[in-house]
Write a protein that binds this ligand. Structure first.
Ligand SMILES: Nc1ncnc2c1ncn2[C@@H]1O[C@H](COP(=O)(O)OP(=O)(O)OP(=O)(O)O)[C@@H](O)[C@H]1O
Length: 264
C-alpha cells in the first residue's frame, strides 16, 4: 500500500479540519479529492511535515511517514513560487543530484521544458512555472510525489499535457494528486473523497472501475444503471431504448457529495 492514514485528526481551535480520517491509497496514480474546505490542504501540510496532526497514524509504503527519508518524497504546492533567478535545468540537476538519480533529460521532455531549460524561473509564464515546479518534485526519482492542485490556473493545453505526463510517469514514480477537480485523469489506481474533514468514499485497485459505468434510458422514463442483463430484458420485452450514456467518475462523486449533504 502506498499511503495508509488511520484516525487522522487536526483541529484549528474549534474548527475540525480532519475528523479521524482513515483511508488507503495503492501504488500508481491516486487522487485525493474534496470540495473547498474539506481538509485537503491540511492533509498535504501534515504529509509535508509543515504541521502536526493532533492524533492518528500515517504510513508511506509501510513505514511511519516521519521515518521515510525526505529524498524519497517529492512535493509541489499550488502556489508557483521559487527563487526568481534559479535556472530550469540547473535546478532540476541539483535536485536530482541530491536524490542521487539522474532523470533530468526524461523530465525536460516529459514536461515540455526542453526549450526552456536555460530560462530563469522569473522568465517563465505561469503555466511553465507550474510545469517546472512539478518536474522538480519528480527530479531524482523519489518514491512518491504529492501534488497540490497541479491543474489550477493552467490553460487546457497545459492541463492535458500535464495529465498525460502523469499517466506516463506513474509507472516509475507513485503520484498522489490533491485536488477539488478530477481534470480528465484516466487510469486512476485509487481515489479518496473528503467532505467536511471526513472520508466519504475510498476506492483502491480494481474498485476504482466501479466509478465508471453506463446509464440506459428507456421511453417512458425507465433508467437502468450498469446492468446489461436488465437492459436486454427490457429490450426483449419491447421497451424502446432512447439513449445510453456513460456514467463518469464526476457523476458518481457529485452524487456522493449530494447525498452526504442531504444526510446532514
Ligand atoms: N490555519 C488555519 N486556521 C484556522 N482554520 C483553518 C486553517 N487552515 C484551514 N482551516 C479550516 O480548516 C478547514 C479545512 O481547510 P483546508 O484548507 O484543509 O481545506 P481544503 O480542502 O484544502 O480547502 P480548499 O480547497 O478551499 O483549499 C476549513 O474549514 C478551513 O477554514
Amino acid at each position: 500500500m502506498l499511503l495508509e492514514c488511520s484516525n487522522l485528526s487536526k483541529a484549528y481551535g474549534n474548527i475540525k479540519a480532519l475528523k479521524r480520517v482513515t483511508f488507503s491509497l495503492s501504488e500508481g496514480l491516486s487522487l485525493i479529492l474534496g470540495p473547498n474546505g474539506s481538509g485537503k490542504t491540511t492533509l498535504i501540510k501534515i504529509l509535508a511535515g509543515l504541521i502536526k496532526p493532533d492524533e492518528g497514524e500515517i504510513k508511506v509504503l509501510g513505514k511511519n511517514y516521519l521515518s521515510v527519508p525526505k529524498r524519497d518524497i517529492g512535493f509541489a504546492f499550488e502556489r508557483t513560487v521559487s527563487p526568481p533567478r534559479i535556472k530550469v535545468e540547473s535546478y532540476l540537476r541539483a535536485v536530482a543530484d541530491h536524490r542521487g538519480v539522474d532523470n533530468v533529460d526524461e523530465l525536460l521532455d516529459l514536461f515540455g521544458l526542453r526549450e526552456y531549460k536555460s530560462k530563469r524561473f522569473k522568465e517563465l509564464s505561469q503555466g511553465y512555472k507550474r510545469r517546472f515546479l512539478v518536474a522538480a518534485a519528480f527530479a531524482g526519482r523519489p518514491k512518491v510525489v504529492f501534488l497540490d492542485e497541479p491543474f489550477s490556473n493552467l490553460d487546457i493545453l497545459s492541463k492535458v499535457e500535464l495529465a498525460r505526463a502523469f499517466q506516463e510517469i506513474k509507472r516509475d514514480i507513485n503520484i498522489v494528486i490533491v485536488s477539488h477537480i478530477i481534470s480528465g485523469l484516466k487510469d486512476l489506481d485509487s481515489v479518496v473523497l473528503l467532505h467536511n474533514g471526513e472520508v466519504v468514499l475510498n476506492k483502491i485497485g480494481g474498485e476504482v472501475n466501479t466509478l465508471k459505468g453506463f446509464r440506459a434510458i428507456f421511453d417512458g422514463g425507465t433508467i437502468v444503471e450498469n446492468d446489461v442483463e436488465k437492459v436486454m430484458e427490457l429490450i426483449r420485452a419491447g421497451k424502446n431504448l432512447i439513449n445510453i450514456e456513460p456514467i463518469t467518475p464526476e457523476d458518481i462523486i457529485y452524487e456522493t457529495l449530494k447525498k452526504t449533504n442531504e444526510k446532514k
